[in-house]
Write a protein that binds this ligand. Structure first.
Ligand code: URA
Length: 239
């Protein structure tokens, strides 16, 4: 629910969306008179609130956090796993407000990054949006900055292989879709533009042209760009 609500929403559902309480806990809160719409105490979870009223809902006099949904750009640092499994700590969940882990629907990342990859992660509770931008049918463009162990021996033929649409991927039967390998002013730095997102794809593509990735950083994902001044571990709301 990242876009303003089209239809009025039940109060108990709104509280669960925002992570304040499960729907049954919300009923207890409501009965105790802790929830207001504007100045009025509301005691029944089935009460519907309009988009305008949502902004006036308070629990214990506190407004709700992001009542229309979560949609943020996170600068994922190296070393953090895209996982909800605490045994894989540190995880990106630890970089987000704890309240968000209780939201329903829960915010998730669109297009995971390897633990050793840094950069842009779109995190949203709009699961339709996640589906749209990660669906293999939609070919959403991703932009990666790659640091190589050594310069590629033959950059021009590597570029041709990237663009060919026939570059094989280790462990995969289907070749990669055409992609771009762009030179920069530094011989150990290249940029890669992909329109798909397979497991370890950039690392495997670079390996397939005889190179080795030392560091990988995503700066763009579809229409979203990592703000240049966003420090690793920080996030900002999307516009
Ligand atoms: N390609 C990779 O190899 N790793 C990532 O994290 C993203 C793309």
């Amino acid at each position: 629910v990242s876009t303003p609500l089209q239809k009025p929403i039940r109060l108990d559902r709104l509280l669960a969306n925002c992570g304040v309480a499960s729907r049954s806990e919300a009923d207890v809160m409501l009965r105790r008179g802790r929830v207001r719409v504007g100045t009025e105490i509301i005691r029944t979870g089935a009460t519907k609130v309009s988009a305008a009223e949502v902004l006036t809902v308070t629990v214990d006099q506190e407004p709700l956090d992001r009542p229309f949904g979560v949609s943020v750009l996170l600068h994922k640092p190296v070393g953090y796993a895209c996982s909800h499994d605490a045994s894989e700590a540190p995880t990106v969940d630890e970089l987000l407000p704890e309240l968000w882990l209780r939201r329903n629907p829960r915010p998730e990342w669109a297009g995971r990054l390897d633990r050793e990859t840094s950069g842009l992660l779109l995190i949203t509770d709009d699961h339709q949006l996640i589906h749209r931008v990660t669906s293999p049918r939609h070919h959403v463009e991703k932009f990666y900055e790659v640091t190589l162990g050594e310069p590629l021996v033959d950059l021009v033929s590597a570029q041709t292989m990237f663009e060919s649409g026939s570059l094989p991927l280790d462990g995969d039967t289907k070749p990669c879709l055409p992609a771009q390998l762009l030179a920069t002013s530094e011989p150990c730095r290249v940029d890669v533009v992909l329109r798909e997102g397979r497991y370890h794809q950039v690392r495997k593509m670079i390996a397939a042209v005889g190179g080795h990735v030392e560091a990988l950083h995503r700066t763009r994902f579809g229409e979203w760009e990592l703000p240049g001044d966003l420090a690793p571990g920080n996030w900002v709301d999307t516009q």
